[in-house]
Design a protein around this ligand. Structure first.
Ligand code: ZN
Ligand code: ZN
Length: 478
């Protein structure tokens, strides 16, 4: 009762539960409804969803579930199972013509999805290793990252098991490498990494929105769902938030098990190396779109040409801002030239005369919006120098301690806004910003590094010799 199961694979068909009905609805991945579904009996008497009929019934109550081929099947909640012969459905829709494969032995797809079901495991695990390696923080000192042999996790009832394809290196991963104070709470050993993409290879029995074969990304900050902020829908500032790759094992490993509520679908055709960077993109998206007042024609100053700075800059430009990116001497090796490559005006705050650059670029007025992504104690004080009277400062980097006179902020009515982490909407927006090209990950990512020699990547990152390393995680399944 009330449970939806959906275990699609390429052109596979699935048995339909006896009380599934003819007027269920199929829609494509964008949620456009094709029409009512028709069930057919095959020679064994099992029924399969095979086609879509007239314009759909959008009022049908139910839940949405995704399937790679058919897209979304929508069924009333009282139906216990659904099913799609995706190839047949699509061929009738004129999308593709494929022959139907023989069906698996009788039994519901729900049963087939149980992790303890033998045939299911065989189907999924045939060519997959039960063991894997993970890049693990092993002790409370600088470096101390080791590749450790691990058992492949099993998904819990509401979890999907994800085979990780690519994962990015983030400033906070570098913070764990250096073992900064913010990470003292970590229990070790812990596999790190939180920005990644992969493919669902197994699902727990209660998973309804994702299926084997789906490409996904994870929202790595998870709210508890119960505290006051979670009740308000502010799970990024949950009182009990846990973070993947910090509070539990992360993505620098062959497989991760993740609650389906933390997953987002990756659109078909997106380069997985680009999809791996949805999480950092979402930080910039939240800072700019949710938390700043950048409008078309605004002059925007982004302090810090690190990963979050360059993403914030691109997204501010996508909103119509004229963006200047500022860095320091050590950024001239890689990050400021990268900002140049993106087409931003750049400033070296250690070499250039900031006052005259600001006057030249803003007609002597100052910037409408300043984003501080430096993570340096000077971030706020220098933002105050750059912002115009009546302008806005958005603090994204975590800058530690600073001392400054506040009266000038008050007298200039500066809007001081913080932006922390990201939420569901920021992820969905980021996927679209990447797909549209507003955020250019082909230029952004750096795939020169390997997880097998990860120290090189961390040292290069800390020295400013790279900006956004992206690792091929498949090496941890070899
Ligand atoms: Zn990150
Ligand atoms: Zn909470």
């Amino acid at each position: 009762m009330g449970r939806l199961r959906f275990v699609p694979g390429e052109d596979e068909a699935f048995p339909v539960d006896a009380d599934t009905q003819f007027n269920d609805v199929i829609a494509d991945p964008k949620g456009r409804v094709f029409g009512g579904a028709m069930l057919e009996a095959d020679e064994l008497g099992d029924r399969y969803l095979t086609t879509a009929l007239t314009d759909g019934d959008r009022s049908a109550e139910g839940a949405l579930i995704r399937a790679p081929e058919v897209g979304v099947a929508r069924v009333p909640e009282f139906h216990s199972q659904i099913v799609v012969d995706s190839a047949a459905a699509f061929s009738r829709l004129g999308r593709r013509a494929e022959t139907r494969r023989p069906l698996r032995a009788a039994g519901s797809p729900f049963d087939a999805a149980r992790p303890d079901d033998e045939s299911h495991r065989t189907m999924l695990a045939d060519d997959r290793n039960e063991r894997m390696r993970g890049l693990t923080k092993v002790s409370r000192s600088r470096g101390a990252m080791e590749l450790v042999d691990l058992e492949r996790p099993s998904p819990g009832p509401d979890e999907a098991l994800i085979e990780v394809d690519y994962a990015g290196l983030c400033g906070s991963d570098a913070g764990i490498y250096e073992f900064e104070s913010a990470f003292e709470r970590m229990e070790l050993p812990t596999v790190i990494g939180h920005e990644y993409t992969g493919q669902v290879v197994e699902t727990g029995p209660d998973v309804t929105r994702f299926a084997v074969g789906d490409r996904v990304v994870e929202r790595p900050i998870r709210g508890c769902g119960h505290c006051y902020q979670c009740q308000l829908g502010e799970e990024n500032v949950c009182q009990n938030a846990v973070i993947t790759g910090v509070d539990h094992d992360g993505a620098y490993e062959g497989y991760v098990a993740v609650p389906e509520t933390a997953l987002h679908s990756v659109p078909e055709g997106m380069d997985p190396r680009h999809a791996a960077l949805v999480e950092p993109t979402s930080i910039g998206a939240r800072a700019v779109i949710e938390n700043s007042r950048v409008r078309p024609g605004d002059r925007v100053f982004v302090a810090g040409p690190g990963p979050i700075g360059l993403l914030t800059a691109q997204i501010a430009r996508s909103q119509g801002g004229e963006v200047v990116v500022a860095g320091v001497g050590s950024d001239t090796a890689y990050r400021l030239p990268l900002a140049d490559e993106f087409g931003f005006q750049t400033v070296n705050v250690e070499a250039d005369d900031l006052d005259s650059r600001r006057d030249e670029l803003t007609d002597g007025v100052g910037y409408d919006v300043v984003f501080d992504t430096t993570g340096h104690p000077s971030g706020l004080t220098s933002a105050v120098e750059e912002v115009r009277k009546g302008g806005q400062i958005v603090l994204v980097g975590q800058t530690g301690e600073t001392t400054m006179p506040y009266s000038p902020l008050v007298r200039a009515e500066i809007d001081l806004q913080c932006s922390y982490a990201s939420m569901f909407e920021d992820f969905e927006r980021s996927l679209r910003l990447i797909a549209s090209g507003d955020v250019d990950h082909a230029t952004f990512l750096d795939d020169r590094f390997s997880l097998l020699e990860a120290d090189e990547a961390f040292e290069a990152f800390l020295a400013g010799e790279t900006c956004k390393p992206v690792f091929d995680v498949s090496v941890l399944r070899d």
